[in-house]
Design a protein around this ligand. Sequence first.
Ligand SMILES: [Zn+2]
Length: 158
Amino acid sequence: MSSGWERHYVVVVCPKCRVHSQIVDDRGQKSVRCQNCGTNLRFRKLRQFHNSTDLEEAILIRTKLQASLVGKGDSRIISTIEFDKSKIKEKKGKKPIPNKPQEIVLSKIPAGESISFTELMSLVKTMGLDEEKFEDTLHKLLESGEVYEPKNGIFRRA
Ligand SMILES: [Zn+2]
């Protein structure tokens, strides 16, 4: 890992429930979820009680802050870092991945081309369809006319 990106740990307090502080691993995300009340908070609008590249320092500040929020030194509070990777990924609108068996099989047959049974099977296997399910699905597609078999063991999309 030799990126020049320096990680920043930001300590924030949820303005909604006002009893929960958390450390956010700042990766440019727009929102963070309060781990106490579940509110989605606009990260850029939150007051930053602390901002540093030193995680241990952030944990220390956060522990003190949390103690003052709950009114006592609560040692049970676990420092947590919010990673918001999942949301960032979701936003990069990729093509939806086919998940129905019929969609998977159809997606693996190139338009206007023929494909052999074994080739098709090895392709759909990588998508998580086992042999039995594949045969079953192919059978249905042949029945519905979406796929036909111009030669024995060779398939095409209709
Ligand atoms: Zn909250």
